[in-house]
Design a protein. Structure first.
Lengths: 378, 389
């Protein structure tokens, strides 16, 4: 079914990128700093975001060079997602560099790209895709916002990821001619972005309300549904890499703790009951690496198998990340239950990620049609 | 020269449609096209392992016979890499060619009734007299013992040392009159494997692999390769047990239920993730970056095979109450697909036991990959003869 041989490894360039991103995150994004920030009025670390984007070019990896990007691919973008998952860094990467940037590229609105893309690529501005984060690939086109004949937008979209950090909102709306995609300045008249108290402390969601808001049209009925689908599919596929990085942190941190922590006169990690749980978790993490890499490669190369690759990666990695975070809390014992220990940041991100862009169950059900395994008749 | 050109040159001289199968295989070995990553003169060309797939594809396209690798899996997957690494030049040139062509089948004499997961506790004794060893003991779970010409054998050569240190590795002649092979019937009804009784078996010292007392280290090479051999085959999508169940699902809509559908989709996803993990492992190996994924593959494979074969019996409903045949036979190879669902269900139970139980594999992953400490052990430093039994 897959035509070309996928490359499931990491290239040298990808490994170098990983090292740079990891070094930056290690220096500027320790868990204590994230904890201190997450209950403040500024949950996003925009200084870190600008360093990532401007110094490392991480936000513009999939953007062509003519629009100020690196002209790399979604494979490299996926590596950044892994590292951001590993550190649960509070930066609007998924919303801006993945969802919004992919949407803009897929709209192909040639006259607006030179103005909008370079600022997203170098991190001077950020954007968000105004759909509920729980929207899965294949979902019906959102109808919460209407486009009036005068080109203004009115309506409401809930649970939008990274919207509270965004300068630019990319909004799906329905007009008299059908579905369309629009660019809205967050500072424009009639825009209200209200950050909700969110399960995920490091990627809060917001409700977006528009009232007669001026907007610029990016795509009409011919291209808007496909462009939105491409953004959702890309987001879901790359989210698997974030889930992989998150799971690896949970596994590594738990292993380190169990080597250190002693009870009954020996290291907890020497008890077979705990070792076997960690071995099983490791096994699923190894699988996640293969599945996430395949999804990133399929997205980057335009493989005809991309829908299957993304569904498999999400079905596996979404569940794995939650399990890894839950095991991390449990195997840390009492300390894992405290606010002070960072495990809860990972648990909250993992659980929110499980709902993001389609649950594992949703993606498994999508496979039924994709690989011809239909359910019972009637 | 491009490897494809080498294959074409070889085919120009050896037309597979005209030559005798065995002559063709021997010539292929001598041309270095058997396993290209082996050294020149031993069936290889000293090339990256990844090129073997190119050679195999070219030869298959030309209609060439293969060496029926499934029939000689223990030789190819376990004996050969061990002989290559530890064998003398004489041993390599004597054993590898007929091993690869399948003229000589190999089996593995490792496990004993009293030494399963704790393999290093084995009690089969080998005593040296002059330049010949005499071996006495009992081995068990030996696949292919009834067709094998040779065995790889580990035996205790120094009972005064702690158990891991007093073991030596041998090549045992299965035609020796002291070798008695008896079938051991298993839960499927057939006897895939055997008990092997060794009574005064004579092994020349020239058939020792590695140094005296180093058998445990030598055996690690065999066992690591076993895990790769069992779990690491190239596989297309739906290539394993999932393909059988998916085909039944597609052909028999009347059997479907919502509950089974959810489980099938879960297993399909697991199978695809395992396939991608194997593919990633192969890409790492071909780039010379072997990862610890071999043990992962075997664990995943066993779990999947058991889930899917159980699901298949349930899916069949009333038909699942039957069984194809309990007749005791001694098959040369395991064929999951040549039998019915009940057989697959029962045979898959062995997948988490053979070649290292899933429990031992989890210990290996926890200790060697994750670096967790071992359980406290009282037996490790005691002389073997003082171990409690």
């Amino acid at each position: 079914m897959s035509t070309t041989q996928p490359d499931l490894l990491y290239s040298e360039i990808e490994e170098e990128l990983r090292s740079s991103v990891r070094a930056l995150l290690t220096d500027h994004c320790p868990p204590s700093a994230i904890l201190a920030r997450c209950e403040s009025a500024r949950p996003y670390d925009l200084g870190l975001w600008r360093s990532l984007a401007a110094e490392l070019g991480a936000a513009g990896l999939q953007v062509p060079e003519e629009y100020g990007g690196a002209g790399a691919s979604l494979r490299e973008t996926a590596v950044v997602m892994e590292e951001l998952g590993r550190s649960v860094a509070p930066v609007p990467f998924l919303g801006s560099a993945v969802l919004a940037t992919t949407l803009l590229l897929a709209c192909g609105a040639a006259e607006l790209l030179p103005e909008l893309l370079p600022a997203l690529a170098d991190g001077t501005r950020t954007a968000a895709l105004a759909v509920p984060l729980s929207t899965a690939p294949g979902a019906a086109f959102p109808t919460g916002v209407r486009a009036a004949a005068d080109g203004t937008l009115s309506g409401r979209l809930t649970s939008v990821a990274d919207a509270s950090a965004a300068d630019l909102l990319l909004v799906p709306a329905v007009g008299v001619d059908g579905p369309g995609l629009y660019a809205v300045e967050a500072a424009a008249a009639g825009v209200r972005v209200v950050r909700r108290t969110s399960l995920d402390l490091t990627r809060p969601v917001s409700d977006v309300t528009l009232e007669g808001t001026p907007a610029r049209k990016l795509a009409g009925p011919e291209t808007a549904p496909a462009a939105l689908e491409r953004a959702l599919l890309t987001g879901a596929g790359l989210l698997a890499s974030e889930q992989l990085g998150l799971a690896e942190w949970c596994l590594g941190t738990t292993v380190a703790y169990l080597k250190e922590r002693r009870q009954f006169g020996r290291a907890l990690g020497s008890f077979q009951a705990l070792k076997h749980r960690l071995a099983d978790l490791w096994l699923e993490t190894v699988g996640a690496r293969a599945a996430a890499r395949y999804a990133a490669d399929a997205l980057a190369t335009g493989s005809p198998d991309v829908a299957v690759a993304v569904a498999v990666a999400q079905a596996h990695c979404g569940a794995l990340a939650v399990r890894a975070a839950e095991e991390c809390v449990q195997l840390h014992g009492g300390i894992g239950m405290t606010w002070e220990h960072p495990a809860h940041l990972y648990l909250k991100r993992a659980k929110a990620d499980q709902l993001a862009l389609g649950t594992p169950g949703h993606h498994r059900n999508a496979l039924a049609a994709l690989v011809d395994l239909p359910g019972p008749v009637g | 020269m491009d490897i494809r050109d080498q294959v074409r040159d070889f085919l120009a001289e050896h037309d597979p449609t005209e030559s005798d199968r065995l002559d063709f295989l021997r010539a292929r070995f001598d041309a270095g096209l058997a396993w290209v990553h082996f050294p020149v003169g031993l069936g290889g060309l000293g090339l990256p392992r990844a090129l073997q797939a190119v050679v195999d594809a070219e030869l298959a396209a030309a209609g060439a016979p293969d060496n029926d690798p499934r029939r000689i899996g223990i030789g190819l997957g376990m004996a050969a890499p061990t002989i290559l690494r530890y064998g003398t030049e004489e041993q390599k040139s004597r054993f590898l060619r007929p091993l690869w062509t399948g003229e000589e089948v190999w089996c593995q004499l490792f496990s004993e009734p009293g030494a399963g997961s704790d393999l290093a506790a084995l009690g089969t004794r080998a005593v040296l007299d002059g330049d010949t060893w005499t071996v006495d003991g009992q081995k068990v779970w030996t696949s292919s013992a009834h067709t094998a010409r040779w065995a790889i054998l580990i035996a205790r050569t120094d009972p005064d040392l702690p158990k891991h240190r007093g073991i030596t590795y041998f090549v045992c002649d299965m035609t020796d009159p002291g070798v008695d092979v008896r079938p051991l019937r298993q839960i499927t009804g057939e006897a895939e494997f055997n008990e092997v009784f060794l009574t005064g078996v004579r092994i020349p010292d020239a058939h020792r692999l590695g140094a005296v007392g180093e058998g445990w280290q030598v055996a690690q090479t065999t066992l690591n390769n076993e895990r790769v051999a069992i779990g690491g085959q190239a596989m297309p999508r739906e290539g394993g047990m999932i393909g059988v169940v998916a085909a039944t699902w597609r052909q028999r809509p009347e059997l479907r239920s919502h509950e089974l559908h959810q489980r099938l989709l879960r297993s399909w996803t697991d199978a695809e993730v395992a396939r991608l993990t194997g593919e990633r492992l192969r890409q790492q190996l071909s780039q010379g970056q072997p990862g610890p994924e071999g043990a992962a593959m075997k664990l995943a494979f066993a779990r999947l095979a058991q889930e899917l074969s159980g699901l298949e019996v349930e899916l069949l409903g009333e038909e699942g109450l039957g069984y194809d045949d309990w007749t005791m036979t001694r098959p040369e190879l395991v064929d999951f697909n040549g039998r019915e669902a009940g057989y697959r269900y029962l045979r898959a139970k062995g997948n988490s036991i053979e070649g290292g139980t899933s429990e031992i594999l989890r210990n290996i992953i926890a200790e060697r990959v994750l670096g967790l400490p071992s359980e406290p052990r009282t037996d490790k430093d005691l002389p073997w003869k003082e171990l409690p039994r």
